[in-house]
Design a protein around this ligand. Structure first.
Ligand SMILES: [Zn+2]
Length: 516
């Protein structure tokens, strides 16, 4: 598997270490001449259409122990890493091929020094950081007899734990004689999605962050804070989950086709397909969030409807289902400035959903709920959903999204006729027919009952339910006529009403019949 052709040894001029990704990638502009973009989205930047990764396995004379595989079936080997990175169904190659819809390929070769790994000195720590440049030069020198570096544009070094590097580190450098840019990643922890994450950095992606306020704040309020890595639903956040990249990052990379991102400029109800749908169908709503003094848009909302398909299959796992992701829309904020590395920020649309601690784990805006940003002058909410699509209402006017409506009621007769003293039964369904008003309390109670009759609603005299817009609940209504009642049809009147706005009510009769 080794390429023996001797080529010029890359002398690594280390520009930066990605402890702070943003400051590092600023140094990487301009993108090399090989740069091209798979799709011609405005500002799209792809550093390389094809990532050719030389994987070097490195260890140290003071402790040559090799790291344990994630499945604990032995230690890292060249073949194992080849599978994890390039050939498995969820390998780094498979992930980026799917995410980019074939625009980017990731290929590579593992060099393990015939199973011995390359032995070098550990990197020296300076001010809490690894001093990478001499380390990389030593690694490249050790591997130089095996690796034709001109065949690669990225290097991944897999090594036992280096204390001055966190689980993985991406960095970048220049090979002067070839005038060629290299991305280098150091992996020294369990693998999981780390290689994907670090290659994402080499593609100039920043971290997937989150924005969190104390309830009821979403964008503004008390204790609002941006959490680096806080988007726990994808590879660029603090996640072991291999979900799709958020829309701001995919757009930055130029991985959407025309028609896939719908830019909203006027009021309307917009339907988007689930985020994982293949082909040029609408699957992201992009709504202006902030403008500069000249009125140019500087930030956008990106709305995505995630369903358990492809690399998003994990949204169907119980833990993520409980977090409401497949039932709602994820709202990310992304910058319009494509000269920066792409940082995406996930908003917590259900603040206070976790009793204590960070509650960004339940981030999706839920069906029937609306969101307003008075500074941007925009509101949006999720009107309806099915397995394949969702419809989202967007308003730029000052008017609220919320339209309060009289609840709808349907009464299904289970048993309408019986003898006096016998229980009659009705299933009454009350629906919150309001649109995008969030949760309201509804009460079902009796208004008028014939003398001596016993009426219960779910075993009580009246019953209250908290319903989100569009949501409904069934109540069981039981009637018992007193002994000696006349044999005839009677009328029982009930009412369903919104507790806080009782004029929004629906009055309806039941017509039980007493027989011999
Ligand atoms: Zn990172």
């Amino acid at each position: 598997m080794n390429i023996r052709t001797r080529k010029s040894l890359p002398i690594f001029v280390l520009l930066c270490v990605l402890v702070t990704v943003a400051s590092c990638f600023a140094l990487l502009s301009p993108v090399p001449a090989a740069a091209s973009s798979g799709s011609a989205g405005a500002g799209a930047v792809v550093a390389y259409p094809n990532y050719k990764v030389a994987v070097l396995l490195v260890t140290y004379p003071d402790n040559p122990t090799k790291p344990t595989r994630d499945d604990h079936a032995g230690v890292w080997t060249g073949d194992y890493l080849d599978q994890v990175l390039f050939t498995n169904a969820n390998s780094m190659s498979a992930y980026f091929a799917a995410e980019s819809a074939g625009r980017v390929s990731v290929t590579g070769q593992v060099f393990d020094n015939a199973g011995q790994w390359y032995q070098v000195s550990r990197p020296v720590e300076r001010s809490g950081r690894c001093d990478w440049s001499p380390y990389f030069n030593e690694v490249f020198t050790a591997a130089d007899a095996d690796v034709d570096f001109s065949q690669f544009n990225s290097v991944m070094i897999f090594t036992p734990m280096i204390t001055c590097a966190s689980g993985g580190t991406a960095t970048s450098g220049l090979v002067p004689d070839a005038n060629q840019w290299y991305g280098v990643t150091v992996m020294n922890s369990s693998l999981n999605t780390y290689p994907h994450h670090e290659l994402g950095h080499l593609m100039r992606l920043g971290h997937a962050n989150s924005w969190e306020c104390d309830p009821p704040g979403i964008l503004t309020g008390t204790n609002c804070k941006e959490y680096e890595y806080g988007d726990r639903f994808g590879i660029m956040g603090a996640s072991s989950r291999m979900l799709s990249l958020p829309a701001p990052q995919k757009e930055f990379l130029g991985w959407f086709s025309p028609g896939e991102v719908v830019t909203v400029a006027s009021d309307g109800d917009y339907t988007i397909q689930n985020y994982e749908t293949n082909g040029p169908v609408p699957k992201v709503l992009k709504i202006p969030k902030a403008r500069d003094a000249s009125g140019n848009i500087t930030e956008w909302y990106f709305l995505e409807y995630r369903q358990p398909i492809g690399f998003d299959y994990v949204v169907n796992t119980p833990t993520i289902q409980e977090l409401g992701v497949p039932n709602g829309i994820l709202v990310h904020v992304g910058s319009a400035d494509s000269s920066q590395n792409a940082i995406s920020t996930l908003l917590d649309m259900t603040p206070g959903s976790t009793p204590s601690g960070l509650d960004i784990f339940k981030p999706a805006l839920q069906l029937g709920s609306g969101y307003s940003d008075p500074v941007a002058g925009v509101s949006f909410g999720m009107l309806s959903r099915n397995a394949k699509a969702t419809t989202i209402r967007v308003r730029f006017s000052a008017a609220s999204l919320c339209e309060r409506k009289v609840p709808t009621v349907s009464a299904k007769v289970v048993k309408n006729t019986g003898r006096a003293g016998q229980e009659l039964r009705y299933d009454v369904t009350v629906k919150n027919a309001s649109v995008l008003c969030g949760q309201n309390s509804f009460e079902l109670r009796t208004l008028k009952i014939p003398a001596g009759w016993k009426v219960t609603i779910d075993r009580a005299k009246k019953k209250t339910a908290i319903l989100t817009s569009g949501q409904s609940q069934k109540f069981v209504v039981r009637l018992i006529a007193p002994r000696g009642s006349q044999l005839k049809r009677y009328s029982v009147t009930l009412e369903a009403r919104m507790v806080k706005k009782p004029t929004l009510k629906k009055v309806f009769p039941l017509q039980p019949r007493v027989v011999r």
